[in-house]
Design a protein around this ligand. Sequence first.
Ligand code: SAM
Length: 221
Amino acid sequence: MGRSKLDKFADNRGFPNFFQVEDGRIVPENFPLRGCWDREFFRNGQPIVLELACGRGEYTVGMAERDAQCNFIGVDRKGARMWKGCKYSVEQGMPNVAFVRTQIQYLPCFFAEGEVQEIWITFPDPQPRNCKENKRLTSEYYLSVYRKVLADGGCVHLKTDSDFFLDFTLETLQRLQLPVLCLQRDIYRNGMPDSRLEIKTYYERMWLEQGKAIHYLKFAL
Ligand SMILES: C[S@@+](CC[C@H](N)C(=O)[O-])C[C@H]1O[C@@H](n2cnc3c(N)ncnc32)[C@H](O)[C@@H]1O
């Protein structure tokens, strides 16, 4: 039998590269690695790349295996999902991987201004109802959160199966006059502008089985 959720939470607490706020406070205060991930944790002077809404962390570990010159941190609120990627990174002894369990809106409590070089968002929930607009991970609100931690010249990568979500993001960027750096609809038909797009997530496999097209967008803030 597989491990239960509670087993996974217990495992997470023992992993050396899994971080969360333990005492039930909603907003983390004084997170010790904020502003010093490099000095106190990775100790290699390399840029930090975040995978937001990482689920099982396929991009976090997949990119880390391909690129030893960057550090990769998966962020999600669901610890039982993150357990899979974190366990793999520990078993493989990957020095450039970590996971942070939190709500994405609290990113600035975990990362200082300019501490993050790149952000990946893979298959976020489209939140199609109008009243959920602010919950979409590329809403104006979330972009303002990312801007607080992203370095000058940093960028955001989005991979999605949702035409609705892609169009919403493009409209938001246009309204805020933010530059689109790359847009490729249907990457399996039209080509992958970035080799990291070959990495597949749990949700991506589901959508591919249903015959859905997968889109890629890269933009600056
Ligand atoms: C559809 S799943 C995609 C997971 C993974 N990226 C994949 O492609 O398999 C969306 C994920 O977003 C996470 N999520 C959504 N909103 C979040 C938020 N505000 N803070 C942290 N995680 C969030 C959920 O917990 C869930 O794991």
